[in-house]
Design a protein around this ligand. Structure first.
Ligand code: SF4
Length: 361
């Protein structure tokens, strides 16, 4: 089968049945840009080509298993089943401004095992292929069509560490930007990573307009390594160097994401460490309130008053600081909550509450 996103493969198929390239363009436009169903897009083709394309083109490698709509905000969590049986999640985010974003998964599960993240409790099942990542966008667009909406922005913050699936991620980004396909400007795509320095630099070189975000979460090595175990392989010095290289390549620093956990990474020592790590950089820090994961929460959220103090202390050091409030907390679709928990499923076992981490730098 040829993926509907494989433009070279579709061209070869079109040559095989000698179909007018103009009609193939109309088929692509209908499917990728006008959110037509596969059946409706195929109607753009003459009968002989329609039969061949129906047989040989793979439109949807994923099956939508469930859909959960938030009762409190504009989030919709989509649970998909892959052909090999893994369950993965995407989240539609209807932003108050009227824009629509989609948070996509790049892996089934995740090997990074971050201590605050529900997906991290699952382990890695496998990497997703580009067609599976792209089908999350296509199927979200089909669901959004009756609302007159279309996915405008993409955030790679769902299940998985995107740079642990670098080859398929890059293939996905190429296909998303292709004029024959969804044709999404890389400025409207954000890849968030826990910090794989070499891959960040490779991404910035290959996609100069792609937006990157670094989940820092602590600039104290011992704290960071407990929150993000893969940080042991990627020390802060290498991350700082990668940030500077990305800034030189793209003309801007990656966004710095910082999940606030009470008395773990929100102390005065943490402010000092962040200031030192980002010294000399025009950094934008995005503070993220902690969303509890299923079962007894392994952490507590930083109280709002301390969050405000933390933000003010960073602003005093010259950084831009904003707070990101996640949509979808009531349906376990907010940041760090994706863990394939649906009706009838057993949730992942809760993480043990970690021993207190010293506030000393
Ligand atoms: S935060 Fe991201 S990288 Fe870490 S375990 Fe969760 S999905 Fe994986």
């Amino acid at each position: 089968m040829i993926s509907v996103h494989d433009h070279a493969g579709l061209n070869a198929l079109a040559r095989r049945c000698r179909v007018d390239p103009f009609l193939v363009r109309r088929f692509r436009t209908a499917f990728h840009k006008k959110q037509a169903s596969a059946a409706d897009a195929l109607k753009e083709l003459p009968a002989a080509a329609l039969a061949l394309f129906s047989r040989e083109v793979d439109f949807h490698p994923l099956t939508l298993a469930t859909r959960q709509d938030s009762q409190t905000d504009g989030a919709t969590k989509l649970l998909f089943r892959t052909r090999s049986g893994e369950l993965i999640e995407s989240v539609i985010l209807r932003i108050a401004s009227g824009r629509t974003s989609l948070c996509v998964s790049t892996q089934a599960g995740c090997a990074a095992a971050c201590a605050f993240c529900a997906t991290g409790t699952l382990g890695l099942s496998r990497n997703l292929g580009a067609a599976e990542i792209l089908d999350q966008v296509t199927q979200a667009n089909l669901l959004l069509q009756p609302e007159g909406r279309q996915v405008r922005n993409l955030v790679f913050m769902g299940m998985g560490e995107p740079f642990h699936n670098e080859a398929e991620l890059f293939r996905t980004l190429d296909l998303l930007a292709a004029p024959e396909g969804l044709h999404i400007d890389p400025r409207r795509m954000l890849v968030s990573t826990v910090g794989i320095p070499d891959a960040m630099v490779r991404a910035a070189k290959r996609f100069p307009r792609l937006r990157l975000a670094l989940s820092l979460h602590s600039a104290r090595p011992d704290v960071r390594e407990r929150l993000i175990p893969v940080a042991r392989r990627h020390p802060l010095g290498a991350l700082r160097e990668a940030l500077l290289q990305v800034a030189a390549l793209q003309g801007e620093l990656p966004m710095i994401e910082y999940l606030l956990l009470r008395e773990v990474n929100d102390t005065d020592a943490d402010v000092l460490a962040v200031g030192e790590f980002l010294r000399g950089m025009k950094a934008h820090l995005n503070l993220i309130p902690y969303n509890a994961i299923h079962g007894p929460a392994p952490f507590d959220a930083t109280p709002p008053t301390r969050r405000a103090e933390f933000a003010a202390a960073l602003r005093e050091r010259g950084f831009t600081v904003t707070t990101r409030y996640s949509l979808g907390a009531d349906i376990a679709a907010a940041c760090g909550q994706l863990a394939r928990v649906t009706a009838g499923q057993t949730p992942a076992p809760p993480q043990p509450r970690p021993a207190p981490i010293s506030a000393a730098a």
